[in-house]
Write a protein that binds this ligand. Structure first.
Ligand code: URA
Length: 433
C-alpha cells in the first residue's frame, strides 16, 4: 500500500477500506508517513467527507493507535458523558454524583481546559486535596464500591488523534464533521464505557454555531457509537450565553453544589437533568425518561444527590466540608464590577468573550503548561433578557491579578444592551438517538 494511492482515491471521492485507513493513520502515528501526505489526506476528507463506515473505521484506527482503558472489572453498564465544550459548563460535576446516586457506574476520564473553555479536572482541583491522579486499581475499586470516580486523561490515549489534531490546527482542517466526530468519539471509546451521552453545545460559546451543524455532528457521533457497539445518545443544548451564573473553577464548583441542593439556575438544572436522565436510562436504572426525571428530582430534593457529591470529594481526598461551607473554596482577593453602560435589556452575552475574559483573569490557560488560579473567574449577575439600568452591576470579575485592563475590556464588550428584549431559545433543542 502507498499513502499517495489512498490520497488519490479520496481525492476522487471513493470509499476507503478499513485496511487503507489503518495504514494511513497508524503509519502517520509511528512516523512512517510524513506530515505533507497526512495534510493532503485531511484536506481531501475536508472537501469530500467520509461515509459512516469510513468514519467508524477512522475512529477505530485512532483508538488502536494507543492504550484503551479496561473497565471490564466494573460491574454493570458503565456510562460516560462528554460535552463538546462550553463556557461555565459544570454539568459533569453535577451529573457524576446524580447518576451514581442510582447505582449506575460512572467511570469518568476528563481533560483539563484550554483556551476559553474550562476543564472538569481543573474545576475539581480547586477543592483542597482533591486527587485526580488515581491509579487504575483505585479508579476501578472506587467505581465498584461507590459507583463513581474521576481521573485525568492518561498520556497515551489516542496518540494518533493528538498528532493529527495538531496538524489539523495548522492546515485549516479542524472544522470537518468526520474529523471532529472521529476525534471526540475515539477518546470516548478508548475510555472504555459501554454507553455514552453526548452534550453537543450550540451557540456563541460553542464549537458549533448553528443547530444544523450541531445536529449533523451529533448524528455522526451517534452513528460512530452504534457502529462500534456503544449505545450513544446526543443531547443538543443551548450555549447562546454562558451556562448558569459562574465561570471559573472554584466558583463553578460552588454553583454545581447549588444545583445538587436544588437551588441552581434553571438552565443548568434543566440541562443536567436531561443528560443525567439519559445516562440513567442507558445504565438501566430506569425504564423510561419520565421515571428517570422523577427519580432524579427526588434524589435532589431528598439530599441524596448532594450527599453523593460529598462522598465523591471525600473518597478522592478532598475537603468534604466545602459542601456545607462553600466559603472554604479558594477566593480571589479582588472583585471588580462591570456596569451597564445604558438602560435596556441584556440582549446578548457573547460566551466566548466571557470565557476569554475568565482566562485573562487567571482562570484558564492559553497553553497547556500555563498555571491557573482556582479562585479567578466571573460572576454574571445579569443574564439575557434581564432589564437593567445604566450603572447597575451586571457582572463581577474575580482575580488575584493587578493588571486586568484586557479582561475588563473583553467582558464589557461581551454584553449587548438594547431597548428590545431578545428572543429566547430553548435550553434543549433536540435529542438524537
Ligand atoms: N474536540 C476534539 O476532541 N476534537 C476535535 O476535533 C474537536 C473538538
Amino acid at each position: 500500500m502507498r499513502a499517495v494511492d489512498i490520497i488519490e482515491k479520496k481525492k476522487h471521492n471513493m470509499t476507503l477500506s478499513k485496511e487503507e485507513i489503518d495504514f494511513l493513520i497508524l503509519g502517520y502515528t509511528n512516523g512512517e508517513i510524513p506530515d505533507y501526505q497526512m495534510s493532503a489526506f485531511l484536506m481531501t476528507v475536508y472537501f469530500n467527507g467520509m461515509n459512516s463506515e469510513e468514519i467508524a473505521n477512522l475512529t477505530e484506527s485512532f483508538v488502536k493507535s494507543g492504550d484503551s482503558v479496561d473497565l471490564s472489572e466494573i460491574d454493570g453498564i458503565k456510562v460516560d458523558k462528554h460535552s463538546t465544550g462550553g463556557v461555565g459548563d459544570k454539568i459533569s460535576l453535577i451529573v457524576i454524583p446524580l447518576v451514581a446516586s442510582f447505582g449506575v457506574p460512572v467511570a469518568k476520564m476528563s481533560g483539563r481546559g484550554l483556551g476559553h473553555t474550562g476543564g472538569t479536572i481543573d474545576k475539581l482541583e480547586s477543592i483542597e486535596g482533591f486527587r485526580t491522579d488515581l491509579s487504575p486499581d483505585e479508579f476501578i475499586n472506587n467505581v465498584n464500591k461507590y459507583k463513581m470516580a474521576i481521573v485525568g486523561q492518561t498520556a497515551n490515549l489516542t496518540p494518533a488523534d493528538k498528532k493529527i489534531y495538531a496538524l489539523r490546527d495548522v492546515t485549516s482542517t479542524i472544522d470537518s464533521i468526520p474529523l471532529i466526530a472521529s476525534s471526540i468519539m475515539s477518546k470516548k471509546i478508548a475510555s472504555g464505557a459501554d454507553s455514552i451521552v453526548l452534550d453537543v453545545k450550540v451557540g456563541s460559546g460553542a464549537f458549533m454555531k448553528t443547530i444544523e451543524e450541531a445536529e449533523a455532528l451529533a448524528r455522526t457521533m451517534v452513528s460512530i457509537g452504534k457502529n462500534l457497539g456503544r449505545n450513544t445518545i446526543a443531547v443538543i443544548t443551548n450555549m447562546d450565553q454562558p451556562l448558569g451564573h459562574e465561570v471559573g473553577n472554584s466558583n463553578e464548583v460552588m454553583e454545581a453544589i447549588k444545583v445538587l441542593k436544588g437551588e441552581g439556575s434553571v438552565d443548568e438544572t434543566e440541562i443536567a437533568l436531561a443528560i443525567a436522565a439519559n445516562m440513567c436510562v442507558l445504565g438501566g436504572a430506569f425504564s423510561n425518561m419520565d421515571e428517570a426525571y422523577k427519580g432524579l428530582k427526588e434524589s435532589i430534593s431528598s439530599g441524596r444527590a448532594i450527599e453523593k457529591l460529598k462522598e465523591l470529594i471525600k473518597i478522592q481526598g478532598g475537603n468534604p466540608n466545602i459542601i456545607d461551607n462553600p466559603d472554604l473554596l479558594p477566593k480571589a482577593k479582588n472583585i471588580h464590577p462591570i456596569k451597564a453602560d445604558k438602560d435596556g435589556y441584556i440582549y446578548s452575552i457573547d460566551a466566548e468573550s466571557i470565557g476569554i475574559g475568565a482566562m485573562l483573569l487567571g482562570a484558564g490557560r492559553k497553553k497547556k503548561e500555563d498555571p491557573i488560579d482556582p479562585a479567578a473567574g466571573i460572576t454574571l449577575i445579569s443574564k439575557m433578557g434581564d432589564k437593567v439600568s445604566k450603572g447597575d452591576i451586571i457582572c463581577q470579575l474575580r482575580t488575584n491579578l493587578d493588571e486586568i485592563d484586557d479582561a475588563m475590556e473583553k467582558v464589557q464588550g461581551a454584553f449587548v444592551i438594547k431597548d428590545e428584549k431578545p428572543k429566547t431559545n430553548p435550553f434543549i433543542y433536540n435529542i438524537i438517538r
